[in-house]
Design a protein around this ligand. Structure first.
Ligand SMILES: NC(=O)c1ccc[n+]([C@@H]2O[C@H](COP(=O)([O-])OP(=O)(O)OC[C@H]3O[C@@H](n4cnc5c(N)ncnc54)[C@H](OP(=O)(O)O)[C@@H]3O)[C@@H](O)[C@H]2O)c1
Length: 301
């Protein structure tokens, strides 16, 4: 990792390439499970709310499952009486030995108790690492399933040989599914972390000054192109978790996907940077596949 202010700039991190390599590893594991008569199966459960970005994410996940030999299915429950229907579906899937991984679309609609719904999900099938039991294990330094996006960031840093030990890592965002678990992993001694971590959020003052201190910057603020190149320390590694559709009628597709970082200005300053699309997103899907196969292997052991 270049910690000098010289060296190459804006070298893109190929998330699709990393994901392909991980998919090959997962497919090999699926092959080993097949010899034992096990076919990993992943089922997604969501409240039917006509969310088109979720539909498109679901299709790409289904294609990825197909590529590696994981069976997949999805269940939709009506908004009316959602808590009871979700609980029923999760209980059924949790008890079904042919199902190894269960995805629950979050956030739940307002008025639906997350704790109530989670009480029906078997933590051993919680491949997205959102069940309180799995969150607790991560906090105790004994991770089992961890949120896939946070794990994807760690996988990218590890596979690209970008060490964290002793580095100043600045995380923008403290959400329960991205910023908070990622912070735990970045700090952890055993999981390849050991970074010195600063976490920023919507109440942080002087965000540009915080960003300027980062040797490794991880942006998960949920705001399109929010982080500007001028804020970034020359030579920093930038991992952009954000995904947003920016409408622009002058473009052939009517818009484009962007991240939380303004890519053009940031890539002039950063040494390595993940693009959007093609950065964290595909690796997140690969992590989910890997978690499903691990869940299947554990269930059979
Ligand atoms: N690539 C993937 O696979 C993947 C997966 C999940 C999410 N995402 C994307 O990642 C991004 C973050 O997701 P999320 O679920 O963590 O979002 P979230 O739940 O909305 O959390 C956003 C975090 O950013 C903080 N924040 C908001 N505005 C800020 C500002 N102006 N300055 C500093 N901090 C600010 C918030 O602070 P407070 O805590 O104070 O509110 C919060 O901690 C989104 O763009 C999302 O689309 C990508």
């Amino acid at each position: 990792m270049p910690d000098k202010e010289t060296g190459p700039r804006g070298v893109k991190i190929d998330g699709r390439g990393i994901a392909r390599a991980m998919e090959e590893e997962v497919a090999a594991e699926v092959g080993r499970l097949a010899e034992r008569g096990v076919v990993p199966r992943l089922v997604s459960v969501a409240v039917d709310d006509d969310d088109r970005s979720f539909e498109s994410y679901s299709r790409s996940r289904e294609r990825a499952c197909e590529r590696v030999g994981i069976e997949t299915d999805s269940v939709k429950v009506p908004l009316m009486d959602a808590e009871r229907s979700l609980g029923r579906e999760l209980a059924k899937l949790s008890a079904d030995p042919a199902v190894h991984g269960v995805l629950l679309k979050l956030p739940l609609p307002s008025g639906v108790s997350e704790a109530g719904v989670f009480s029906h999900l078997h933590p051993g099938k919680d491949v997205e690492g959102v069940h309180p039991r799995n969150a607790g294990l991560l906090a105790l330094g004994r991770p089992r399933f961890v949120p896939c996006t946070a794990a994807a960031v760690m996988a990218i840093l590890r596979r690209e040989d970008l060490p964290l030990e002793g580095r100043h890592v600045v995380v923008l965002g403290r959400s329960r599914v991205v910023g908070a678990p990622l912070t735990t992993m970045l700090l952890d001694k055993r999981t390849g972390g050991n970074g010195t971590v600063t976490v920023c959020h919507s109440r942080t003052r002087n965000l540009p000054q915080m960003v300027a201190q980062a040797e490794v910057l991880i942006a998960a603020v949920g705001r399109p192109e929010y982080v500007k190149g001028e804020w970034i320390r020359p030579g920093a590694v930038v991992i952009d978790v954000g995904v947003h559709w920016l409408a622009d009628s002058s473009l052939p597709k009517g818009g484009k996907l962007v991240g939380d970082v303004h890519f053009e200005s940031a890539s002039r300053v950063a040494s390595r940077i993940t693009p959007v699309p093609g950065g964290v997103g595909p690796v997140t899907t690969a992590i989910l596949l890997r978690a499903t196969v691990r869940a299947a292997a554990r269930a059979e052991d």
